[in-house]
Design a binder for this molecule. Structure first.
Ligand code: AMP
Ligand code: ZN
Length: 112
């Protein structure tokens, strides 16, 4: 989609520090980390603006995203655990309207 920063990252038009890529998803480091480890996992296709629009049609994609997150957490040695966040809508502070999941690790505080 034009004017979507994450679509531009997928295409390589905007640089990113990618950790993982397959036919369905890309994972890259968040440019403004909110935790010692802060990675974004996104579908390559601009299928949904936010988690609010997820239906059972997206079940395989969402399961795959969580599998990738768990694999990355292993590779990043987040042995003590990690947090997955998806902001949906303005009240949650969503700034990029391309479905994405934040993988947060390291020493985390309580949830806001
Ligand atoms: P959200 O607030 O849930 O929409 O999250 C969007 C995230 O994208 C924020 O944590 C931003 O720091 C991050 N972000 C924005 N632009 C970039 C970029 N070019 N590369 C990496 N992360 C980005
Ligand atoms: Zn997009």
């Amino acid at each position: 989609m034009d004017n979507c920063i994450f679509c531009k990252i997928v295409k390589g038009d905007i640089p990113s520090k990618k950790l993982y890529e397959d036919d369905q998803v890309v994972a890259f480091y968040d440019v403004a980390p909110a935790a010692p480890v802060h990675v974004l996992v996104i579908p390559k296709e601009h299928v949904l603006e936010s988690a609010r629009a997820i239906t059972s049609e997206h079940a395989a994609l969402i399961a795959h995203i969580y599998e990738v997150i768990a694999k990355l957490a292993d590779e990043l040695h987040l042995d003590g655990g990690y947090r997955v966040v998806t902001n949906a809508g303005p009240d949650a502070g969503q700034t990029v309207m391309h479905l994405h999941f934040h993988l947060l690790g390291g020493k985390l505080g309580p949830m806001a």
